[in-house]
Design a protein around this ligand. Structure first.
Ligand code: THU
Length: 137
């Protein structure tokens, strides 16, 4: 529901403070909620060579998986100009959607927050016709 989504968005906002984004100047935070109610967070981490950059969402997912968790309910994502407060929705990039599809179910929720409102999508909605492990069978 919207109340829980807001709470997760606030955790993403706090996580965003650890963003290392000197090249884009765009700071992103993510908060990933597990089936057990635990929250793993992440922020984007950039590189002078640009391509090694990792998005906030993947930092959160890989931290959780590394800690032994593979069951997820939702992720909140916030992003905007570094040093400024959130004023627009920040949808997850295609690579992060692929990583979500690896570990999350189609009904996994993606919460976007623009500083005042939340928008909630399912993974199935924002990543239809995806390539998954089933295609490798
Ligand atoms: N970024 C994220 O962390 N997540 C997204 O969903 C969109 C993009 C980061 C990558 C890069 O550090 C900066 O935002 C600009 O693309």
């Amino acid at each position: 529901n919207k109340e829980n989504a807001m709470r997760l968005a606030k955790a993403a906002e706090e996580a965003r403070e650890a963003s290392y984004s000197p090249y884009s100047g765009f700071a992103v935070g993510a908060a990933l909620l597990t089936e057990d109610g635990e929250i793993f967070t992440g922020a984007n981490i950039e590189s002078s060579s640009y391509t090694p950059t990792v998005c906030a969402e993947r930092v959160a997912f890989f931290t959780a998986v590394h800690k032994g968790c593979r069951n997820f309910r939702a992720i909140a994502i916030v992003g905007g100009k570094a040093g400024e407060s959130i004023s627009a929705f920040c949808p997850p990039c295609g690579v992060c959607r692929q990583v979500m599809a690896e570990f999350a179910n189609p009904d996994f929720e993606i919460v976007l927050y623009n500083g005042s409102d939340v928008k909630i999508y399912t993974l199935a909605e924002i990543f239809p016709e995806s390539f998954t492990k089933d295609n490798l069978k």
